[in-house]
Write a protein that binds this ligand. Structure first.
Ligand SMILES: Nc1nc2c(ncn2[C@@H]2O[C@H](COP(=O)(O)OP(=O)(O)O[C@H]3O[C@H](CO)[C@@H](O)[C@H](O)[C@@H]3O)[C@@H](O)[C@H]2O)c(=O)[nH]1
Length: 464
């Protein structure tokens, strides 16, 4: 009997020791040094170390890329972890303080619609759990901070909390929106997954982070109340334009760019003289943006009895519903409902995307906000480029971003949008657009760096 007990004790202690040895290493102050520059043999140590996590395409996650660049700019070491599907922001590449760690994408069968959601969903989550755990726990050095984008929240928030516990890391959740409201948009508000997801997000939000950032004041206020009841500090960090978004420097620069860009080259002169109006919208082609609103408005504009200037509409971005809308556009063209309107879609380099916004006459935003308290980054890009915006504005936080008649206009229905387009583009002297442009330039003056330093920089101990 004693022999058996002894054998069991040895086995249990061996298993426990093995588990302990296999656990991810822990963060110990100061952060592990990494050489950044060597002058007279001295090695600069990064001030802090941060894992920046987004369970999405890094290149299409502007806010998380800006976080990474800001941390590095202030001397912090960053591992940015996410999918690498498109080219990341140039500021991330070749930066000695920033390492990009790509997550392996789930197998093709889980990404296609071959399996029902009830099977593919959990399998995809299992895949993500393992890849996240490996990336955060083993493929990267221990860090003082983990800054995680929410949503997606499953399984990101849970894995982040476990990793922070194991590695002695402080967790910050960067709330861009809520996962459960997005899920409700596709599955319906009463779907059991939506309820589970809501309470999971509330529990994780309440228990896991040492602090949270939100994109609006309205969201911060919600998080302090039921069902979230977050008690750790919540700091609003409004999206602001990055330095790459600037108003165009003059007519010659505008003409040169419009002539070079394949989507605008044929109509460059006509846009320059104001005969054709250049409208730009950007999107991730997700179900929370109803492009039918824009298409219907363009059809009404096109069918108007009034003589109105032709429109060239360029929609930029990548995403799941793109093909569906391309088919819809082809149908409307075939039906001759887009007479004086041309529509092109594109995915541009970050530089070209920024310059196109600066060269356009009007930006359109169809972001509908599943939660009512997030805000579209694209409008911020547009203001940075000095571009006035017309956007869907029927949600609580819209007024935190766009001032009606000062830097943009809001709409609710496609008829409203058609009316606004008629008013702005039908104004031969372009006085209204000029006024809005002035407001957009003014709004775009406060930049990401100014906003970030006072909120995130201070929390991380990088700025005064
Ligand atoms: N390089 C490049 N980027 C593009 C292009 N077109 C769009 N983008 C990028 O895609 C973004 C728009 O993507 P959305 O997914 O439509 O984002 P959003 O609605 O404007 O805002 C998102 O981020 C916010 C936080 O920053 C969230 O609050 C919001 O819920 C949403 O997730 C733009 O800001 C821009 O960075 C392109 O042709 N080229």
């Amino acid at each position: 009997m004693l022999d058996l007990l002894l054998t069991l004790a040895v086995a249990a202690s061996t298993i426990l020791s093995t588990i302990l040895m296999l656990l991810p290493s822990r963060y110990i102050r100061p952060s592990p040094p990494k050489a950044t520059s060597e002058s007279s043999g001295a090695v600069d140590e990064p001030k802090i170390s941060v894992q920046v996590l987004v369970l999405g395409d890094i290149g299409r996650s502007p806010r998380m890329q800006y976080h990474a660049m800001s941390i590095a700019k202030h001397g912090g070491r960053v591992d940015i972890i996410g999918y690498k599907e498109s080219t990341p922001h140039p500021g991330l590449l070749n930066n000695p303080l920033i390492t990009i760690l790509p997550l392996p994408p789930p197998p093709r069968i889980l990404r296609s619609n071959a399996l029902p959601f009830i099977v593919a969903g959990p399998l995809k989550v299992l895949w993500q759990i393992w890849s996240l755990f490996h990336a955060l726990g083993y493929a990267t050095k221990p860090a003082r901070w983990l800054l995680v984008q929410n949503p997606p929240s499953i399984p990101t928030l849970f894995i982040s909390a476990v990793i922070c516990f194991l590695r002695n890391t402080h967790l910050i959740i960067d709330w861009h929106n809520y996962g459960w409201t997005i899920l409700a948009g596709t599955r319906g508000a009463t779907h059991p997954f939506v309820t589970i997801s809501k309470y999971y997000e509330a529990v994780m939000g309440r228990s896991a982070p040492v602090a949270s950032f939100t994109v609006t004041d309205a969201m911060a206020k919600q998080l302090r109340n039921k069902p979230y009841n977050v008690r750790s500090p919540i700091l609003t960090l409004h999206d602001r334009p990055a330095a790459i978004f600037q108003p165009i420097s003059g007519n010659e620069a505008r003409r040169a760019f419009l002539k070079c860009l394949p989507e605008t080259s044929a109509q460059a002169e006509s846009i320059m003289t104001g005969k054709t109006r250049l409208l730009v919208s950007s999107t991730s082609w997700t179900p929370d943006e109803d492009f039918n609103l824009l298409l219907e408005a363009l059809c009404s504009y096109s069918g108007s009895a009034k003589q109105q200037p032709p429109i060239l509409a360029i929609i930029t971005g990548k995403g799941p519903q793109k093909q569906m809308y391309l088919e819809r556009i082809a149908f409307l063209k075939k039906e001759s409902r887009l007479q004086n309107v041309s529509i092109a879609t594109a995915w541009l380099s970050t530089e070209d995307y920024a310059t196109l916004l600066a060269c356009a006459d009007l930006g359109v935003c169809l972001h509908m906000s599943s939660s009512g308290v997030d805000l579209p980054m694209k409008v911020v890009d547009m203001f940075g480029a000095g571009l006035p915006v017309v956007g869907y504005g029927n949600y609580a936080s819209w007024g935190e971003l766009v001032k009606e008649g000062v830097n943009g206009r809001g709409f609710v229905t496609s008829d409203d949008l058609a009316t606004v387009l008629g008013e702005l583009f039908g104004d031969v002297e372009q006085k209204q657009l000029a006024k809005l442009r002035k407001g957009a330039i003014e709004e775009g003056k406060r930049r990401w760096d100014d906003e970030w330093g006072g909120v995130a920089g201070r929390l991380l101990g990088l700025c005064e």
